[in-house]
Design a protein around this ligand. Structure first.
Ligand code: ADP
Ligand code: MG
Length: 852
């Protein structure tokens, strides 16, 4: 029985239920408040009981499942994690016997619109994103509803925008009805639609009627929500095509909040040209947000995360997802890291002070959107309490620290108000009361005095009645469903006076009331109700005081988050001996003694298994658009090629988000995109990766790279037969070199030894190799990148390292010798007189040649 096939005879309450249910989208579960429980009915009950492990009960043969109201957030979190949307229908008034309670839809929760802290990962941004595509290009808008960030973009270069959207990794995607299916059915040549289809795959997608994406109504919705007369102030013409998706996002958020989102105060245009673009394949290959093993550990993000606050962690994620190309901003960050690196004692003070800073952006988001409780206000109070300390530690460090200090304002008035008003550790639930301190509000104090007066009155009554009746054991008591009463034990019943009215008989005696007690009971309950109501009023004034400063608080919180990220980087820079990079408008890329940030940390922390006690061997790099444009790296398997080329890309990325880098010096001309690709066979993480994917991705590079791009290619051409692969790799290198004067800086690691010949015809190509030493027919990895091509591939020696049986190794050598028809190889394979040495990995200096 489906929820929309309504049983014929409905109770008034179930009529109410279906009224609400009818207004919801099909896939939304309705949680319906019944007393202390939220109940689900019909199919919803079945679905929820499966996800949450609730017991399924029945009501007139219909399935039903309930969850206690105080556990709502936790259960809803689980439903959202399972990809469900959840509508909350709450009671609008206290229940009264014999009367249908008024109920109201209060909120619809979906992965992209939820605000409660325990349904969110504090360290991650959570975007709700709408996209539409037409002949003019790709249009998109996204909001982070928890913090009010709101952006829109429109482009005729869909690939660029999609790269940004993929980096944001939205939790929920809004599209017009039927779009995802249309994208999936698009022909292979339609790169945009195929890419959109891939982008939507695995996400929560919500389909809305197509008219929701129209520009003019969208512009109106956005204007009205932000509360402005026109959007020109934000740089949007009224017919900006991104206003369609922007309207869709806002309308959807409004529908789900059951109110206008109060924290959307501005819309900003996102321009791909302003950020360093990292497409999904590059993010994956460079392990920016997650390692190939999956998960945050082993990623660049985790190696760069020294934050103490959740707002800081989210800012770091945002910076990495869309690194700015504004060099002044980048240098400002480098400078502040530098000022902090120079003063370790202050750095430690700052990190200690930040430890007490709470998640102000999300707290404000919840307060603005009617999720109010005293604990949120305590978060504001505690944070404001830390600011003087943070400011003191930032004093006298230098101009960059002074600038950020300027933005971290103090709020002495607000702090005094909150500190004076709020209890130290108030309950999370408003209904419990006692979150406002005594002495803050005289009316509340008066009501509370009444309550305590009542307690005294009750105590006096008990004593007085004991005296009057002579019953020493007489007690005045209270129970929830019975109210106040006088209890007399069986032995004393004969002493009960005539004015006692008997109410209940118990095992041990009788319970009575008197007129005076009944009268007082009304007063007491009334006083409690009044006190709580007054407390709520006080809370509202405090919320209003905080929201009155929301703009300024938001600004200070942003500066605190920045400081958190940069102080974290300063600590990492000190720990790992990083240097301050120079990013300029030049053509070159020079790194001395560069290291791979993640591998290096893994080494010292001993995470990388056998041999991990060794140190990471630093290597230099020198590239330039107009001279050493392409570095072709050869060398045996396991030599360190992949690590080397990735470390260069990571150093560039780190420098461009504003961090210091693992090197002894680093200078490069601004990079507009990083492309990183791995040949299909190497890309183990994807398992089913095909040659087609590899070629698609390669095509994407050749079509989109500019002279400012950095290209990192690892074993491209692997996914097909040797000759095919070699030919393709060859042609790709030639193509990157086609311009007579300059081209994108490129690192190309390859096992195709033949490619090293390209050094002669291609003036800007340089052969590099990762050196190995030979000891008696065995190779020793020294991890040094040197000029010149590798002399051969050492495949058989590596196979021996891997433990292939000696007989197989010998046979392989013989075959190789025959294939190559080369006598020297046979000589090499002949048994040697000297005793074999054990395999060693020697990082010691082998006299590194000058690179290039
Ligand atoms: P290749 O791509 O040449 O097959 P990899 O880059 O995958 O080699 O590296 C092989 C192993 O060598 C990795 O386990 C890595 O940890 C280690 N390695 C790579 N570069 C260095 C280095 N510079 N210092 C120390 N160890 C390194
Ligand atoms: Mg490799």
């Amino acid at each position: 029985m489906g929820p929309m096939t309504e049983p014929e005879k409905l109770t008034p309450m179930m009529q109410q239920y279906f009224e609400v249910k009818r207004g919801l989208a099909r896939d939304t579960l309705l949680l319906f408040r019944l007393g202390d429980f939220f109940e689900l009915f019909f199919e919803d009950a079945v679905a929820a009981s499966r996800i949450l492990g609730l017991t399924l009960t029945h009501r007139q043969d219909h399935p039903m499942a309930g969850l206690p109201h105080h556990a709502l957030d936790t259960y809803v979190g689980k439903l959202l994690a399972a990809g469900k949307k959840v509508a909350i229908c709450d009671q609008d008034e206290p229940a009264r016997p014999g009367k249908l309670v008024r109920r109201r839809l209060t909120r619809i929760l979906s992965p992209g619109t939820t605000l409660a802290a325990n349904q969110l990962d504090a360290a991650r941004n959570r975007y709700l994103c709408a996209v539409s595509v037409d002949r003019k290009g790709l249009h998109a808008a996204w909001i982070e509803l928890t913090t009010g960030e709101f952006r829109a973009a429109s482009t005729d270069k869909p690939g660029d925008l999609l790269a940004t959207l993929a980096s944001l990794d939205p939790a929920e995607l809004l599209v017009a009805e039927g779009e995802v299916e249309r994208w999936g059915g698009a022909p292979h040549e339609d790169g945009t639609l195929r890419a959109l289809h891939a982008f939507a795959a695995g996400r929560t997608v919500t389909e809305l009627p197509a008219y929701r994406f129209e520009t003019a109504p969208g512009a109106r919705t956005v204007r009205e929500t932000i509360g402005v007369l026109n959007l020109q102030g934000f740089g949007f013409a009224e017919d900006h095509p991104a206003l369609g998706p922007a309207g869709a996002v806002v309308a959807y958020a409004t529908a789900n909040l059951c109110a206008k989102p109060e924290n959307l105060r501005a819309i900003r245009e996102h321009r791909s040209a302003g950020t360093l673009l990292l497409d999904p394949a590059t993010l994956r290959n460079l392990e920016v947000f997650a390692s190939t093993r999956g998960g945050r550990q082993g990623s660049l993000l985790s190696a760069m995360d020294g934050t103490t606050t959740s707002a800081g962690a989210r800012l770091l994620e945002r910076w990495l997802a869309a690194p700015t190309l504004d060099l002044d901003e980048v240098r400002r960050r480098h400078a502040l890291v530098g000022e902090l690196v120079a003063q370790p004692a202050r750095l430690a003070e700052i990190n200690a002070a930040l430890d007490g800073v709470r998640d102000i952006p999300r707290i404000l988001g919840r307060l603005q959107n009617r999720l109010r409780n005293p604990r949120e206000l305590c978060g504001v109070r505690d944070t404001l309490g830390r600011i003087p300390q943070v400011r003191a530690s930032l004093g006298g460090l230098g101009p960059a620290a002074a600038a950020v200090r300027e933005r971290i304002r103090e709020f002495p008035g607000l702090l005094a108000l909150l500190a004076g008003a709020l209890a130290d550790e108030p309950p999370a639930d408003v209904a419990e009361g006692n979150f406002i301190r005594a002495g803050h509000d005289s009316e509340l104090d008066r009501l509370r005095a009444l309550m305590s007066g009542n307690r005294t009155w009750l105590a006096d009554l008990e004593r007085g009645e004991q005296e009057r009746t002579g019953i020493r054991s007489l007690k005045v008591r209270y129970t929830g469903n019975f109210g106040y009463y006088i209890e007399v034990t069986k032995a004393n019943l004969h002493l009960v006076p005539a004015d006692y009215v008997r109410r209940q008989t118990t095992v041990g005696g009788e319970r009575y009331v008197t007129d005076a007690l009944r009268q007082k009971e009304r007063e007491i309950l009334h006083a409690e109700e009044n006190a709580l109501a007054r407390e709520r009023e006080v809370l509202d004034t405090l919320v209003a005081a905080v929201l009155g400063e929301s703009q300024a608080l938001g600004g200070a919180a942003e500066a605190l988050a920045e400081l958190d990220v940069l102080a974290g980087w300063a600590a990492i820079a000190r720990n790992w001996d990083y240097c301050r990079p120079q990013v300029d408008e030049g053509d070159s890329l020079e790194v001395t003694e560069g290291r791979h940030p993640v591998v290096e940390q893994g080494f010292r922390l001993g995470e990388s298994g056998p041999g991990s006690s060794q140190a990471f061997v630093p290597n230099d790099t020198l590239l330039s658009c107009d001279d050493a444009q392409i570095a072709l790296i050869t060398g045996p398997n396991m030599a360190g090629k992949s690590t080397y080329i990735r470390q260069v890309a990571l150093i560039v990325l780190m420098a461009q988000v504003g961090s210091w880098v693992p090197a002894s010096s680093c200078r490069f001309g601004r990079v507009d995109r990083i492309f990183s690709r791995v040949g299909a066979n190497d890309d183990l993480s994807r398992g089913n990766s095909t040659f087609m994917v590899e070629m698609n991705e390669t095509a994407n590079i050749l079509n989109n790279a500019t002279d400012r791009s950095l290209i990192v290619l690892d074993e491209i051409g692997r996914g097909t037969s040797t000759y095919d692969g070699l030919s393709i790799a060859w042609a790709v290198v030639e193509h990157l070199h086609r311009d007579p004067a300059r081209g994108p800086r490129t690192l190309f690691a390859t096992h195709y030894h033949e490619l090293t010949q390209l050094e002669r015809p291609l003036a800007r190509l340089r052969n590099l190799s990762v050196a190995v030493k030979e000891w008696n027919d065995e190779i020793v990895f020294v991890r040094r990148v040197v000029a010149g091509a590798a002399d051969r591939s050492y495949g058989i020696q590596v196979a021996r390292l891997a433990g292939l049986p000696p007989a197989v190794i010998d046979r392989a050598k013989a075959i190789l010798a025959r294939l190559e028809g080369d006598d020297s190889t046979i000589a090499l394979a002949s048994p040697q007189a000297r005793p074999k040495r054990k395999i060693t990995v020697a990082p010691e200096d082998t006299g590194q040649l000058d690179l290039l």
